[in-house]
Design a protein around this ligand. Structure first.
Ligand SMILES: [Cu+2]
Length: 145
């Protein structure tokens, strides 16, 4: 009788320690993949040469509006330089569906369709763009020469 109780107790202990081991493994794996994602996620910072220069001499920079907000979110340019920002939304939901362009105009961003927005780099400082609700934002920064 007592032996059976002891066996049951042991079985229960064993089960709970297995549970602990499993959750430690899960937590460990979670932390690991999170780190990997963070490392992979870190986008290369945009520079004054990021993007492609068209035949009209205007530099065009692709910006993803997705789960990490705007990537890249800081776009340096030469003071007075004309740019085309080509926004592509990759995330469902209202948040990024509307863009407040640097000139203050609201621009609709349909899923997966690039939308070009023209902007001129300010002589000094920066101009901002944001989602319609101001939760995500990015900026065009005048590079010092
Ligand atoms: Cu938003």
């Amino acid at each position: 009788m007592a032996e059976r109780a002891l066996a049951r107790y042991r079985a229960r202990m064993l089960r709970s320690s297995v549970m602990v081991a499993v959750s430690v493994l899960v937590l460990g794996a979670g932390a690991c993949s999170k780190d990997e994602k963070a490392a992979k996620k870190a986008p290369p910072a945009a520079t004054v040469t990021t993007g492609t220069v068209g035949s009209d001499g205007v530099r065009k920079i692709a910006i993803e509006a997705g789960k990490d907000g705007y990537v890249p979110d800081t776009i340096p340019g030469k003071p007075g330089e004309k740019l085309i920002l080509s926004f592509t939304r990759t995330l469902e939901g209202e948040c990024l569906a509307e863009l407040k362009a640097p000139d203050g105009k609201l621009v609709a961003l349909p899923m997966g369709t690039p939308v070009d927005v023209a902007v001129t780099v300010p002589e000094t400082g920066e101009v901002k763009f944001a989602c319609g609700m101001d939760m995500y934002s990015g900026k065009i920064v005048a590079a010092k020469s």
